[in-house]
Design a protein around this ligand. Structure first.
Ligand code: V47
Length: 372
């Protein structure tokens, strides 16, 4: 099939994509600077279908945020609260375990657990939390703690990152989510999240997790103050780490939500940029298997269209979401399995329920089995 590209600068990139060659930093910048969204989407879809055919994955999961109290005050964030803030909350261990069991009756395969950097909760408290969850819900995968939380535990307990990860793994942590990466550029981090670990520290923490046999996801926060070079630099650094460790499972581009943050003057991202980020990440991250269009963050409608622009995953049922809803997200807090199936089917894709590590899940009315 001959495809017309509006932007002729995409032609050499098309040749590389067809020849399955790695795209360069400059190619990434060209893609971000191009307005030929259909051309870029066509190329990303080519790669997506080469890797995953017609499959779109989803999962049945639940988010749990044990606390929103946070010692950092990142300008990008509308979730964290100061310890003294009467609106902040911290669950007891019993509340975490009880929250985990609350929600729809559909059997969940994953808990996604992240929270603020609490000044008093110890690493031992979090290990107890994980052990209690495993005792009560032994079949559920615990995807827990961003690299930022891991770095904070290490500083607070005065032990190494490796030791923190080992203790959490031994207590039941099965893998790590991809949050907190933001954009690695130090110039950007100084403005949007100057209290957080550096980009290099985020990457080194991920490397250590992968060396210990733990898989993780990775993310990029776009639509704040970063430029095209910052985005491509971020993607290329993730790609270089993946060459070394092969530990990343999924990449999730995250659109900045400005409401109730110290950066509320920044306009919201557009559907055009959301789709472009899905497509460019699929093209640049040739070694990361999955690209997730997180419906909570990009809306059901854009996440569905994204299934034809490079994404092969739409995330999950979620049940209860705070980070994006505090920052102005207008999506619902959770979605039922049957509604995810409908969205995927109406994008002309074949839905496959997965567990956290993308093994297909087979369900009857009362049970699920992970197919290995
Ligand atoms: O770590 C915080 C970002 C992340 C805002 O791994 C914000 O499967 C936009 O990481 N606007 C949390 N973004 C979400 C996340 C995630 C979500 C779904 C799946 C997975 C996965 C990971 O959201 C934070 C931070 O990077 N964030 N505040 C904001 N105002």
């Amino acid at each position: 099939m001959t495809v017309q590209f509006e932007d002729r600068r995409l032609l050499p990139i098309r040749d590389k994509v067809e020849a399955q060659q790695r795209l360069s930093f400059e190619d990434g910048v060209t893609l971000y600077r191009s307005a030929d969204l259909l051309g870029i989407g066509y190329l990303a879809n080519l790669v997506r279908e080469r890797m995953h055919g017609d499959t779109t994955y989803f999962n049945v999961n639940r988010h749990i945020n044990p606390t929103d109290v946070c010692v950092a005050s990142c300008r990008l964030c509308a979730f964290g609260k100061k310890a003294k803030d009467p609106n902040g909350y911290t669950m007891s261990l019993e509340q975490v375990w009880e929250t985990a069991g609350r929600g729809w009756q559909e059997q969940i395969t994953e808990f996604h657990i992240v929270g603020g950097l609490h000044p008093e909760l110890t690493l031992d408290w979090f290990c107890q939390m994980l052990r209690g969850l495993k005792e009560r819900y032994p079949s559920i995968h615990l995807k827990a703690f961003t690299m930022v939380e891991i770095g904070y535990f290490a500083r607070r307990e005065k032990i190494s990152i490796r030791e923190v990860l080992t203790r959490l793994r031994d207590a039941g942590m099965d893998s790590l989510p991809g949050g907190g990466a933001e954009v690695f550029s130090e110039r950007v981090r100084r403005i949007i999240c100057d209290h957080k670990l550096t980009g290099d520290e985020w990457l080194e923490t991920a490397r250590t997790a992968h060396e210990l046999g733990l898989h993780s996801n990775c993310t990029m926060l776009y639509g704040q103050i970063e430029n095209e070079e910052d985005r491509v630099d971020h993607l290329v650094r993730l790609r270089a780490l993946q060459d070394d460790t092969n530990g990343f499972v999924t990449f999730i581009p995250l659109a900045f939500h400005p409401d109730n943050t110290a950066l509320s003057h920044i306009p919201k991202t557009t559907g055009f940029d959301d789709l472009k980020n899905i497509a460019v990440s699929r093209l640049m991250l040739d070694n990361i298997p999955h690209i997730k269009a997180y419906w909570i963050m990009m809306s059901e409608k854009i996440a569905q269209i994204a299934q034809r622009f490079g994404s092969n995953d739409i995330d999950g049922t979620v049940v209860e979401e705070k980070i994006y809803h505090n920052a102005g997200a207008e999506t619902s807090q959770g979605m039922r399995r049957q509604d995810l199936l409908r969205l995927i089917r109406l994008a002309g894709r074949t839905p496959v329920e997965r567990d956290t590590l993308y093994r297909p899940v087979q369900r009857t009315e009362t049970h699920f089995t992970v197919l290995v």
